[in-house]
Ligand binder design. Sequence first.
Ligand code: SME
Length: 173
Amino acid sequence: MTTQTASTRNGRTNSRVLSELKTALSEKSLDIGLKSAVQILKRISENYNWLGIYLVRDENLVLAAYTGEGETEHVQIPIGQGICGLAAKQAETIIVPDVNKDPRYLLCFPSTRSEIVVPIRVATRVLGEIDIDSDRLSAFTKQDQTILEQAATILGEYLEAQHFSPGSSRSQM
Ligand code: SME
């Protein structure tokens, strides 16, 4: 009989996901690397219904890869607008437990109830972000934030190694 706690199990799952992510990103072109990354990150939780990676291009966020049932109409979001644009501007993770109660939220999918947006930073520069929608209210916890911020660090190192440049941009903070 095992005495393993939930947090130990989560810790092990998290390190497996992060190591899978590192492996997937090694020796891959940006396009293929980001497509693999969204698949791996979506497997973290069954609460993640749609997961996308946006990259900063000048004054906008541009959708680079996604996984989930629907296409979003928001393939380009000005920095500062919506939850995505705000997280990029503030260079900080934003969790919205109930999107219907947040006037900043830009609607993508009518089924979405909560959202998390995690900036991908290198030092103080924002290069992009991970955006996740859930059909459950309050789906995102501190544990989600922790692993996604660790994944964002790995993605930032990857983008830097790929010589990704966000352009002119206010991501230079
Ligand atoms: N809801 C986001 C827009 C992106 S979609 O969720 C894919 C926002 O408020 O910025």
